[in-house]
Each structure stands twice: as structure tokens, then as C-alpha cells.
Design a protein around this ligand. Structure first.
Ligand SMILES: Cc1cc2nc3c(=O)[nH]c(=O)nc-3n(C[C@H](O)[C@H](O)[C@H](O)COP(=O)(O)OP(=O)(O)OC[C@H]3O[C@@H](n4cnc5c(N)ncnc54)[C@H](O)[C@@H]3O)c2cc1C
Length: 382
């Protein structure tokens, strides 16, 4: 078979002369495209995505608009300073405001029912420790999110939700939830409206820095651009092996609708490794990556029996005890992690920039990460 040859029309209208090519159409790549076009409407911006849909984390996540549970923050403090953590909380908080501002709460079904952290009966010591640290975290984050009393004890509400085996609970009114699919559809529509072209089914195989342009070799043929943004998150070191990003798979289920469901909000336990929420009268439940970090350190989508059994077990015993339910569907998504709690936003080679590694918190921070890399392209960042 002959290699794909583009027509003159295809070359001039779709392929050639992009000012900026963005690799990856996740939340970060599209947010970068949005910011580039808002700042410079005449810029020719092309997004190349290997999946039929975005195929990483952005259409696979849980849709929590969260800045972190108490035990998660305390775990982060083991590998960062108070100042770094506070900056990160502020970054996530501002990222969420930017996401909502860019897309509009109605378009993404944003709802703020608050966030809860659960502690199981057998976890008393850890619960006491976390509850004892609430005052410290509230002081630390007061300015970062502009509210006082961010976290408080909410044991009295445990019975309202019908949980079993949960002894303590912490609440924050400042967390919300959204519809991930609508978020990505709205973001795509925003960038289309500004004249960004998004081409799917196009896998970048190598990125070559030539004298006057960047050459991208893809399964569809070669593309040229003046500048390139790598927004491939978990898959970043497939193209640039020096980038310190480790993949981490997240497995998720959604139940069929449950009559009289009492849950309303976002819920976490075990340092954020498990998370669940209500959606359309159903329960979305994900996590368990910590059962076997090594197996979940993969670029492959899929499931393991151990995680599936654990999630179903928690639903039966803790979240929906005595309530019949059926799992409607399962899926997985791949996140990008690293030792450092911050994302990587930097120039990797002349005229090639990257914005990757949201550490599983990209709904919160992705809009700002995209904006930051766009500013780098313009040369307006330090
Ligand atoms: C199960 C799960 C639950 C989560 N829940 C939450 C949550 O509740 N709250 C929160 O804040 N965050 C959550 N996250 C994290 C969040 O979804 C991510 O941090 C965020 O979506 C990352 O966006 P991104 O654009 O950087 O990456 P991605 O969405 O992964 O986008 C990268 C894109 O690059 C494409 N790509 C890769 N390589 C190539 C190539 N060579 N050529 C072309 N295209 C390529 C991929 O197909 C992909 O579409 C969750 C993630 C998962 C998986």
C-alpha cells in the first residue's frame, strides 16, 4: 500500500504551517489551546490526539472538584514543606475557579455538595491523628482558598448516609463535583469556536527539532510546526524519556441507579486512594491503586480482580450495606505521577515545551497547567 499522501487542499487547510502543535487533547492540551487562542486569535493552533476520543485521564476521571482530604494533605506533608503544600492547595483552588470560569457551571453540571473523608472502625488512631491536625491545616490553607474553617468533624452525619463500619468523618463545604464528559465536550466546543483544529487518530511517533521548524512524524504522515507543546501526561516519556513521569492506572465503576440513594457529595478514604460520589442516582466508586502499586504502574487500560473485588466489597460492606445494587460498568484511566508534588511545565528543547504530570489532580489544576505552558510559548513566564 502506498503511504498516505495528502492532497494540496488537505495540506493547505489542515496540515501545513501550524504555529503551535499540541500533542494530546486532554484537559491540559485543550486548556493550552484555549489560552493560546484567547491571547493571540490569529495563531494557527493544531491539536493532534492519538485516540478516537482523548485516551488518558481527562474523560476517564471521577469528576471531583477537590483540593484534598485531610489524610491526603498530611501524607503530602511527608514529602513536601508546609509552604509547598499550601501553594499546591492554592494552585488547585485557583485551577478549579479557572475551569468553572472558562466553561460555566451549568455546562459542566458543577454542584457543590461538599466533600467528606471517612475513617473506618479499625482506623481509630489514624482518625484521631487527622482530626487533631484539622486546626493546623485550616490555619495553613485559610489564605490559599480564602475561607476559614475549611475542614470540620462531621461524625453526626455518618448515620444520615447509611454507612456501616465508619467511625469518624471530616467535612469540607468547599469541594464540589462535575460531569467529566460534559466538561470535555464544553472545552472542545470552546476551542473549536476559537478556530483550533483537533485531529484524532493521529499518533506522534517522534518529534524532531530541525533548523527552522519542528517535524512531527506520525502514523498519518509528517507535520511541521514552529512550536510544539507536549501534553501527553502519563505517556510523556514515550516521546521524551528524560521526563520523570510514572503512569498510574485508576479503576472505576458506576452502579445502576439505586432507589433512595442517600449519598450526595464527594467522599474519600485511605489518603484519597478510594473515592466515591453520587451521579444520576448512582454511585461512582474508584481507587485501590495502593493495593498493588507495581501492577497499576502501567500504560495499559484494564482491570484486575483484586481491585474489582475490593471495590465491590467496600460497596457491599461500607457504602451501601444491606442495599441491593448492580454494577453497570467499569472503566480505567491512566494518570501521570512523580515524586515531586508539582506538575512539570517547562521547555524540554528549543521551541518544544511540556505540561505533564498532574499527579492525579488534573481536574483541579489542569486549566492552569495548560495556561502556564501557553505563557511559556509566548515567553511571558519566568
Ligand atoms: C480514574 C481517574 C480518576 C480521577 N479523578 C480525578 C478527580 O476526581 N479530580 C481530579 O482533579 N483529577 C482526577 N483525575 C486526574 C485527572 O483526570 C488528570 O490529572 C487529568 O485529566 C490529566 O489531564 P492531561 O490532559 O494532562 O492528560 P490526559 O487526559 O491523559 O491527556 C493526554 C492525552 O495525550 C494523548 N497522547 C498520549 N500520547 C500521544 C501520542 N504519542 N500522540 C498523540 N496523542 C497522545 C492521550 O491519548 C491523551 O488523550 C483522575 C484520573 C483518573 C484516571
Amino acid at each position: 500500500m502506498e503511504p498516505n499522501t495528502f492532497s494540496y487542499w488537505e495540506r493547505t487547510a489542515f496540515i501545513d504551517n501550524a504555529d503551535v502543535i499540541i500533542i494530546g487533547s486532554g484537559l491540559v492540551g485543550l486548556s493550552a489551546a484555549l489560552h493560546l487562542k484567547k491571547q493571540r486569535p490569529a495563531l494557527k493552533v493544531l491539536v493532534l490526539e492519538r485516540g478516537f476520543l482523548p485516551t488518558g485521564a481527562s474523560t476517564k476521571n471521577a469528576g471531583f472538584a477537590c483540593f484534598g482530604s485531610v489524610s491526603e494533605q498530611l501524607a503530602m506533608l511527608k514529602r513536601s514543606t508546609e509552604e509547598e503544600l499550601t501553594q499546591l492547595v492554592n494552585y488547585k483552588w485557583r485551577g478549579l475557579q479557572r475551569l468553572r470560569g472558562n466553561l460555566g457551571d451549568e455546562n459542566i453540571d458543577y454542584q457543590q455538595h461538599g466533600g467528606y473523608e471517612l475513617f473506618m472502625d479499625g482506623d481509630k488512631e489514624h482518625a484521631d491523628y487527622c482530626i487533631g491536625q484539622i486546626g493546623r491545616l485550616n490555619d495553613l490553607f485559610k489564605d490559599a482558598i480564602g475561607h476559614s474553617g475549611i475542614y470540620s468533624v462531621a461524625d453526626a452525619k455518618i448515620a444520615d448516609f447509611g454507612f456501616k463500619g465508619v467511625s469518624r468523618m471530616i467535612y469540607t463545604p468547599y469541594e464540589g463535583q462535575l460531569h467529566t464528559g460534559k466538561m470535555m465536550r464544553t472545552l472542545l466546543n470552546r476551542v473549536y469556536d476559537l478556530g483550533v483544529l483537533v485531529l484524532n487518530g493521529c499518533e506522534i511517533q517522534t518529534v524532531e527539532n530541525e533548523a527552522n521548524h519542528i517535524n512531527l512524524v506520525t502514523n498519518q504522515g509528517n507535520f511541521k510546526a514552529r512550536k510544539v507543546i507536549l501534553a501527553t501526561n502519563a505517556f510523556a516519556n514515550q516521546l521524551f524519556p528524560g521526563l520523570k513521569v510514572v503512569p498510574g492506572r485508576g479503576q472505576v465503576l458506576v452502579t445502576k441507579p439505586i432507589e433512595g440513594l442517600k449519598l450526595k457529595g464527594t467522599y474519600h478514604f485511605d489518603e484519597g486512594y478510594y473515592y466515591f460520589r453520587n451521579i444520576d442516582g448512582r454511585v461512582l466508586f474508584g481507587g485501590g491503586r495502593n493495593l498493588d502499586f507495581k501492577s497499576e504502574e502501567t500504560w495499559d487500560f484494564g482491570h484486575t480482580e483484586s481491585v474489582k473485588n475490593k471495590l465491590v466489597g467496600y460497596l457491599q460492606d461500607v457504602i451501601l450495606p444491606g442495599q441491593p445494587f448492580e454494577v453497570d460498568c467499569w472503566w480505567s484511566g491512566i494518570m501521570g505521577f512523580g515524586e515531586d508534588i508539582h506538575p512539570i511545565v517547562k521547555q524540554v528543547e528549543p521551541n518544544i515545551y511540556c505540561a505533564v504530570r498532574c499527579n492525579g489532580m488534573g481536574v483541579a489544576m489542569g486549566s492552569l497547567v495548560g495556561e502556564e505552558v501557553a505563557n511559556l510559548v509566548f515567553g511571558t513566564n519566568p
